[in-house]
Design a protein around this ligand. Structure first.
Ligand SMILES: [Zn+2]
Ligand SMILES: [Zn+2]
Length: 411
């Protein structure tokens, strides 16, 4: 009896095993947990203004070839994904601190097996023997790496060749060279001579984070600044660097006809700094006919730029007004003649939000949203008030919000 039971159990086991096997055969080896998406880009929708398109650029970023966390390829992918049209990777000319780690990793390749001291690509001070070692790195190769990635991935970004000069003395600071042809021949002990070389190459120099390394964080011009600005060597200023806004620079840019820039100066990842706060990365909005090096440089020299930082737009008052009017469609939808009240709809056709103050009320006009607002009569004149707002997330000269009237029923 026991034997029969044992046989039945074994047979049963066999059947179970066979069933398990056939069930297993039906299980796929690999499936996708969500639909496969190769790449994603955030499109930032902005209007055409005065016949110009608005191109979104970051003219100041770093790669692992100086002191940042990611490669030029990574910066290009990131810029495309963040919705930019223009990118400059502007590695430090003098400082390449990541090299120390690279030399440690590659120590076995050196003759004595010990890590070598890291090199400064361009010396901070003149060697005692008076010799000029020039630049000991191929800075053009950094740009070339970005160019290949851009081409390979088909991103079609406009990549601007540039670098950041930084002599950390209290009267100088940091400056970006942009639109240059050969980065390797720009070096000079005297920073102003480097600026002249940039100019000879058809490039421009902009003043970065203008309070940096200055006494008490002041943005006032040093004697050295007065000299380089006075010679016309500076063509633009970072009014915003990351989340830092330098309100006094708006007046400087307007008075001295310099372009306003807003750049990230990114050393890490933009999602880490900006995405987590639900704002776009800091950017320069360039008003140009087309996204070519020539057209973008011309727009900069003509000061056709606004700055976006942390949800705010900064710039010259008239351009801010033109930008807001192109961004918002305003229609009169009702008029109560008895009460003397007109009602309008405001439709935000852009990816930027606008904070519009009407007296004590603030209207939050979110991207691609329509709100309804009413205006009555002016108490003194008895005239109907136009839809005019103090725009609380815009800044113009002297740290002030602009008051902007919105055109009604424009085509
Ligand atoms: Zn800097
Ligand atoms: Zn920098």
């Amino acid at each position: 009896m026991k034997k029969i039971l044992l046989i039945l159990v074994l047979l049963g086991g066999g059947i179970i095993n066979t069933n398990a096997q056939s069930a297993q055969d039906k299980v796929p080896h690999r499936v996708q947990t969500c639909p496969k998406i190769g790449s994603e880009r955030t499109e930032i929708i902005l209007p055409q203004v005065n016949g110009y398109n608005i191109y979104k650029g970051d003219f100041h970023t770093h790669s692992m070839y100086s002191d940042a966390r990611i490669s030029p390829k990574g910066r290009v992918m990131e810029a495309w994904s963040d919705g930019l049209d223009i990118l400059a990777i502007t590695d430090h000319y003098e400082a390449r601190e990541n090299e120390k780690n690279l030399l440690k990793v590659l120590a076995k390749y050196s003759e004595d097996g010990k890590p070598k001291k890291s090199l400064s690509a361009a010396p901070y001070s003149k060697p005692k023997d008076g010799s000029d070692p020039g630049v000991m790195a191929d800075f053009n190769a950094i740009h070339q790496e970005a160019v290949s990635e851009n081409r390979w991935a088909g991103y079609n970004l406009l990549l601007i060749k540039g670098c950041e000069f930084g002599r950390n003395t209290n009267d100088k600071g940091h400056f970006n060279a942009l639109f240059v042809k050969d980065l390797n021949t720009l070096y000079s002990y005297n920073l102003e001579d480097s600026f002249r070389k940039v100019r000879e190459q058809g490039g421009i120099v902009i003043h970065n984070h203008p309070s940096y390394k200055r006494p008490k964080g002041s943005t006032d011009k040093s004697e050295w600044d007065k000299m380089v600005y006075g010679e016309g060597l500076i063509k633009g200023v970072e009014v915003a660097n990351g989340y830092n806004f330098y309100p006094r620079m708006v007046r400087r840019c307007i008075e001295e006809k310099l372009a306003m820039f807003g750049n990230t100066d990114e050393h890490r990842f933009t999602t880490y700094r900006f995405g987590s706060r639900n704002v776009f990365r800091t950017m320069t909005l360039v008003f140009a006919k087309e996204c070519t090096e020539e057209a973008i440089k011309k727009a900069i020299l003509d000061c056709r730029t606004l700055v976006y930082s942390g949800g705010c737009v900064i710039g010259e008052e008239q351009l801010l007004s033109d930008f807001l009017n192109a961004s918002i469609h305003c229609q009169q939808v009702n008029e109560n003649k008895k009460k003397g009240v007109r009602t309008y709809t405001l439709t935000n056709m852009t990816s930027f939000p606008y904070r519009l103050r009407q007296g004590k009320t603030i209207h939050e006009l979110e991207p691609f949203e329509t709100i309804t607002i009413s205006f009555g009569k002016d108490k003194n004149s008895g005239e109907m008030l136009p839809p005019k707002f103090r725009v609380e997330n815009m800044w113009h000269i002297d740290y002030k919000h602009p008051n902007i009237e919105i055109e009604i029923d424009k085509k």
